[in-house]
Design a protein around this ligand. Structure first.
Ligand SMILES: Nc1ncnc2c1ncn2[C@@H]1O[C@H](COP(=O)(O)OP(=O)(O)OP(=O)(O)O)[C@@H](O)[C@H]1O
Ligand SMILES: [Mg+2]
Length: 564
């Protein structure tokens, strides 16, 4: 890196930190009353501890002066202060638990919603394990920072100031001695800060990798068993764990070095204060009582400095985690338009569309029209771009050139956008069921559907017979990814889920590929008779399906054309 680049990099990092901090403060706003209360209690607790030191001095001075009667009052006061400070600490802990939970959930809900609102293609680039790590451990680090670290930092600063001035009141030079530890702590935290940010990001990245692996492995146990991959998977887990341990160890080692350096300077500061106090007593400059205040306050002036330095890694972890969450929040959001058309007799015009996931185009200047009410079969080799065309019609990505327009017979039209999904029913390729009952899965198509509508959809998707035979019928619980039913049965449930929407535009992407020919034909008959009759795109590899379609489109050479 050249010098100029280094400077630019440095400023960018500073800007990042400022941006992250602003982002955190934005989320903190609703919790300001609770946080203020929390800090108020903490500061009160600090004042009480300083008060305790002063009461201690009084006790010793009264005791050495032989003043027993006043001594009892002071002891009573001492006990009262101890009780009050305990009560304060309980209350402030409870508030901080509530803030931590509420703040964590608030941020998590927001990020979760943001993930749902991000354009599909952009969010699909992240592994679900990675997203989970960001939603759980990164959000946790930020909430911990808000509920614990920041209030602690503020309390420590107040503690430092109050103790310093109290000590300075008794002996200014001693107060300065006690601050001796500050520059060492500061140097340690700056050095530590730079290193720690890098190490924290590394730790979170390895955590993401580790979680992603576990999640994927657990979801594919069948494959691991089939290919006898148990030992291999365990080894991979161990390797990922080792990688994580390596970075966690490095991060903690950095923390330890800094703590050791600060601990040492702390001890030195204490020895200096102790010796200084002893000399003053020998010279009869101070009382024994003042000596105890010295020792207690020196302790209390150094402790916040060292604790502050120890907060630095936590603050850095918080900022690094905030950065990882912000990265997700900065992904492009789906854009809704207010332009809605009456969802009846919908047609679609694809005009000069070019799109590629990378620089390599999948569709190049492709055009086609799907007229209202038409059933169109889309055929073509595997990997040619059939599903990609559907993704563009569904507006799952914005990075497309050309135009896709929906229109109706009243002459209204709108561009492909997330709004258009309101009148599209889509059966994607592969198993797309959720865990839960069959009923719950189908009702995802239309949450307020009646029992009659439900049965109608089940009948038309040729799912009625097998559902009847299940012990709990439509209320049978199926597992993750449709475990408990067959692939073809899952496909029929997915078709019922789409049909129940009664959408004017229906897309079936190899939706019947696992069915035997006669069942497939029953399903297609059901779809053709479905009322109101939708416009339908049917992606298929099977010729037998074509008899149910009005026309056949092929994708060849990145373009669409009528099959001859
Ligand atoms: N998310 C993605 N990122 C990058 N490339 C992709 C992605 N999805 C698909 N592709 C690529 O785009 C091309 C078209 O894929 P698409 O899924 O549209 O094919 P398809 O015609 O539906 O195939 P199939 O009949 O096998 O389902 C393929 O070369 C594929 O490798
Ligand atoms: Mg496909």
């Amino acid at each position: 890196m050249s010098k100029v680049e280094k400077i630019k990099h440095y400023w960018k990092k500073r800007d990042d930190a400022r941006e992250y901090l602003k982002w955190i403060l934005g989320y903190t706003k609703p919790y300001i009353p609770q946080l203020s209360l929390l800090m108020g209690f903490d500061i009160l607790a600090t004042l009480l501890t300083v008060g305790m030191a002063l009461i201690g001095k009084q006790m010793i001075d009264k005791a050495t002066g032989g003043n027993i009667s006043e001594l009892w009052t002071i002891i009573a006061l001492y006990v009262l202060v101890i009780f009050s400070s305990q009560a304060l600490s309980i209350i402030s802990n409870l508030i901080s638990v509530v803030v931590y939970e509420k703040f964590g959930f608030g941020i998590r809900k927001h990020v979760y919603r943001r993930i749902l609102d991000t354009t599909w293609l952009d969010i699909a680039k992240y592994h679900t394990g990675d997203l989970m790590t960001r939603l759980t451990s990164d959000v946790g680090a930020v909430s911990d920072g808000i509920a614990h670290t920041i209030p602690t930092v503020l309390r420590l600063i107040v503690e430092l100031l109050v103790t310093f001035f109290t000590l300075a009141y008794y002996d200014f030079r001693l107060a300065l001695f006690a601050l001796m530890v500050a520059p060492i702590a500061m140097i340690a935290s700056i050095w530590l800060g730079r290193k720690l940010k890098y190490l924290t990001v590394k730790v979170q990245q390895t955590e993401s990798k580790y979680r992603s692996f576990m999640q994927e492995s657990l979801a594919n146990i069948l494959i691991e068993k089939s290919f006898c991959l148990e030992d291999y998977s365990e080894d991979r887990l161990t390797k990922l764990r080792d990688e994580r341990i390596y970075w966690v160890f490095k991060k903690n080692r950095t923390n330890m070095y800094a703590s050791a350096a600060m601990g040492l300077s702390f001890q030195l500061g204490y020895v200096v204060a102790f010796s200084w106090g002893a000399i003053c007593i020998a010279n009869k400059v101070i009382t024994y009582g003042t000596m105890t205040v010295f020792l207690q306050l020196v302790n209390r002036i150094q402790a916040p400095i060292i604790n502050l330095a120890q907060m630095v890694p936590k603050l850095i972890s918080m900022l690094a985690s905030a950065g990882r969450i912000i990265e997700i929040q900065e992904l492009p959001k789906e854009e809704y338009t207010d332009n809605r058309i009456t969802p009846e007799n919908i047609g679609v015009k694809v005009t000069n569309v070019s799109f590629g996931y990378t620089d390599e185009l999948v569709l190049d200047n492709a055009s086609i029209e799907f007229k209202p009410g038409e059933f169109t079969a889309i055929v073509g080799k595997s990997g040619i771009g059939k599903t990609t065309l559907v993704r563009l019609i569904m507006a799952f990505t914005k990075n497309m050139q050309g135009k896709i327009t929906f229109y109706n017979q009243n002459g209204e039209s709108m561009d492909a956008s997330p709004d258009a999904r309101d009148f599209i029913a889509y059966v994607p390729q592969g198993n797309t069921l959720f865990s839960g009952t069959i009923r719950e899965n189908i009702l995802m198509g239309k949450k307020d559907a009646t029992e009659e509508e439900l049965m109608e959809a089940v009948r038309s998707s040729a799912a009625e017979d097998f559902i009847k035979e299940l012990p709990n019928g439509i209320d049978t619980v199926i597992g993750e990814k449709g475990v408990g039913i067959s692939e073809g049965q899952a496909q029929r449930i997915a078709i019922a889920r789409a049909l129940i929407r009664k959408a004017p535009f229906l897309i079936l992407d190899e939706a019947t590929s696992s069915l035997d020919e006669s069942t497939e034909l029953r399903v297609l008959e059901g779809v053709r008779k479905w009322s109101p009759a939708p416009t339908c795109l049917l992606i298929t590899h099977r010729r037998s399906v074509l008899q149910y379609c009005d026309r056949e489109i092929q994708i060849v050479d990145k373009k669409m054309r009528e099959a001859i």
